[in-house]
Design a protein around this ligand. Structure first.
Ligand code: ZN
Length: 674
């Protein structure tokens, strides 16, 4: 496409596109999507759990991360763009994926701006975009480490020399952010940069080779290109995305590929989740976007196979993904030549260690991105169940309550002493050299409203529960509703229709798979249908303003055990209430009692109690469990069993996502079964 055509596209997008909504993913015209997204700006968190998180994101998390990424105390993020733009002298500092992580911060600012219209964010974004545009090469290439090296006279600095330069990861996030920015502000300044970058990718990958195909590391560009197609209507970007997926198979054909980057097996023939869990989950999220546009049955069948493998064999109880810091795959293969190193990776089936669980926050967010897209494509509640599980547990555990300290990994147990030294901190820290997770968290929390609701031709879908309002249109007619609830602390939800058209439509309420049952009433009267857990409950009628729907989910504290093939949790139990997984911290035990000395009898009575003073208001599980006296093993690996009497011990279990907010402590999700 000529430069003139690009200018025309941008002019049309800028001048005539009247945006009704600003979603993260705009599948309004996707032929194979069952559920359409709503915009962040159509949802307001009013009260309760997500309102608290969004407010913390707006007032603490986003500003403090903005200062960190625009500053130079730790490393360079924005400064790299300034140097690449020729505005400041210097060298590139930081990880090669820092550009992409800065784009994620910008995406969060766009989402907050869409809701609040706070000019501060808009001004900040415009300033950043001006510099980013100057850092871009005339041909559209944009990746600051190479741009800076070129500017400093390094003739060896060329695009795509090293796949660990993360160029397509960076550019993929640029494309997504530009789409969100355009939707949130109506401006085309970042979209112009993204279009140039995508056109560069089209040229650079015109003749795919295995070497070029290997650049798809942490592949955000599948989601980015498909979103750019959706935003511009330019089919070349969908074709380019298809080409990127297809070229993966060149690696497998050339030298067998490897599991770390999911390129041992041809794309549509994959049967299980292997290798680097962020790469895997981003790949599958992109594949679900591809399916929404193409309806390719082989792609959906692959996604179903891999999803089933994850949910039945590789998913942590917290929704975390990626069991291993480092491993080898295929594990135990007879053909040793095919074994490759993997890192931050899915393990073998049922390999779910607790203390050494990697569970990178980005992998857990990738799990949400993937499952949300599977839900949008199918309308099936099971996918939203997994997304919700990850959100309430292994995603939110990545950030401290004050929004300024972060986990890179999300283990399910921390003991003192630890059995092994691990690479990443066991407490949350303000900065890690791999700073991909914090901006991923901030954008996810900023955008959570977009996940909460969905639409189809005559239905409104309520996917996540939380005090909120929705103001959208259904079949072109205004629709407003209010949701009131203390979820996830109890299962009662009230939805009031504030405004709607005369035509009948369906209200679809997700009945989570964990719910033991659910009752639904309309205007305080019972309804005839029975609810089925793990499905959407459909209430179809001619609604009128003032109609009230009450949903009561049976939320109980559950004692959970794992499949005995999970060796690491054999003979142990975990506690879960609704979507929230609990853990025990040693700070809640008598001095000298260790978390692994505590046992849970099967008839344990734990009282679920909302405590406003704890962690800004959470439900804790209080009661009496049994504890053995702490003993030193004195360096022994094995010893003869001694009969040691357990004594009652008062405990308080807290939601897993708030662990580590009270100083150093032991923690375990899984406890001995007494
Ligand atoms: Zn990360």
């Amino acid at each position: 496409m000529s430069r003139f055509c690009h200018s025309l596209t941008l002019f049309l997008l800028g001048a005539f596109t009247v945006r009704a909504a600003a979603p993260l993913l705009d599948n309004a015209a996707s032929p194979h999507a069952q559920v359409r997204t709503v915009g962040f700006d159509e949802v307001r968190w009013t009260d309760g759990f997500w309102a608290q998180r969004f407010e913390n994101c707006r007032t603490q998390m986003l500003p403090s991360m903005g200062r960190l990424m625009e500053g130079t105390n730790y490393t360079h993020f924005f400064r790299n763009f300034e140097i690449a733009a020729g505005l400041v002298e210097g060298r590139s500092r930081g990880a090669s994926f820092n550009d992409g992580d800065f784009y994620k911060l910008m995406e969060a600012a766009c989402a907050v701006y869409a809701v609040t219209h706070d000019e501060f964010f808009d001004r900040h974004l415009d300033r950043a975009i001006e510099v980013i545009a100057k850092a871009q090469r005339a041909d559209g290439y944009i990746h600051t480490p190479v741009r800076i090296a070129q500017r400093n006279g390094d003739t060896n600095a060329v695009p795509f020399r090293d796949r660990n330069n993360f160029e397509v990861y960076n550019m993929g996030h640029l494309l997504t952010t530009a789409c969100v920015h355009h939707r949130a502000t109506g401006k085309t300044n970042l979209l112009a940069v993204a279009i140039k970058a995508a056109d560069f990718l089209e040229q650079a990958f015109a003749n795919p080779s295995p070497e070029l195909a290997r650049n798809s590391v942490c592949p955000s560009h599948y989601m980015g290109l498909i979103e750019l197609y959706r935003e511009t209507g330019d089919r070349r970007y969908l074709e380019l995305a298809k080409k990127f997926f297809a070229m993966r198979d060149l690696v497998a054909k050339a030298d067998g590929g490897g599991d770390d980057n999911q390129d041992r097996v041809p794309f549509n023939e994959q049967t299980e989740a292997v290798g680097h869990a962020v790469r895997a989950n981003y790949l599958f999220a992109g594949a679900a976007d591809l399916f929404a546009e193409t309806g390719n049955a082989a792609t959906w069948a692959m996604l179903e196979r891999v999803w089933t493998n994850v949910v039945q064999e590789k998913l942590y109880i917290t929704g975390g993904c990626g069991a291993l810091h480092d491993g080898a795959s295929p594990d135990g293969s007879k053909d040793q030549k095919h074994i490759t190193r993997t890192h931050q990776a899915y393990g073998r089936d049922y390999q779910l260690p607790n203390t050494t669980a990697h569970n990178e926050t980005c992998a857990n967010i990738g799990n949400v991105l993937w499952n949300w897209r599977m839900f949008l494509a199918s309308g099936e509640a099971r996918f939203m169940d997994v997304a919700e599980l990850a959100l309430y547990n292994s995603v939110l555990s990545g950030v401290s309550l004050d929004g300024t300290n972060f986990f890179y990994t999300n283990p399910l147990r921390v003991t003192d002493p630890m059995p092994v030294e691990l690479r990443w901190s066991r407490s949350r820290v303000p900065f890690v050299s791999s700073f991909c997770c914090p901006p991923n968290l901030v954008r996810t929390i900023a955008e959570i409203g977009g996940y909460a609701y969905g639409k189809s031709s005559n239905s409104v879908w309520v996917n996540l529960y939380g005090g909120s309002t929705l103001a959208t249109t259904l079949a072109g007619v205004p629709l407003r509703l209010t949701q009131e609830t203390a979820y996830p602390w109890n299962g009662r939800v009230r939805i009031t229709i504030n405004e709607c058209g005369a035509a009948s439509f369906a209200l679809k309420l997700r009945i989570p798979g964990w719910a033991k049952g659910a009752t639904v009433r309309v205007n305080l009267g019972p309804v005839t249908q029975t609810s089925v857990s793990g499905t959407y409950f459909e209430l179809s009628r001619a609604w009128k303003a003032g109609d009230v729907v009450d949903l009561d989910l049976d939320m109980r504290t559950e004692l959970i055990e794992s499949n005995p093939l999970v060796e690491e949790t054999l003979g142990q139990v975990a506690l879960k209430r609704g979507p929230v997984v609990y853990c025990l911290e040693s700070v809640d035990l008598p001095a000298g009692t260790r978390v692994m000395d505590v046992g849970v009898p099967e008839d344990a009575k734990l009282l679920a109690r909302f405590d406003q003073r704890m962690f800004g208001g959470v439900v804790t599980l209080d009661g009496t469990l049994l504890a053995k006296p702490a003993e030193s093993w004195g360096g022994q690996l094995y010893r003869e069993v001694k009969l040691i009497e357990s004594k009652p011990v008062k405990v308080r279990l807290i939601p897993y996502f708030v662990w580590g907010n009270r100083g150093k402590s032991e923690m375990s999700v899984w406890l001995q079964r007494q």
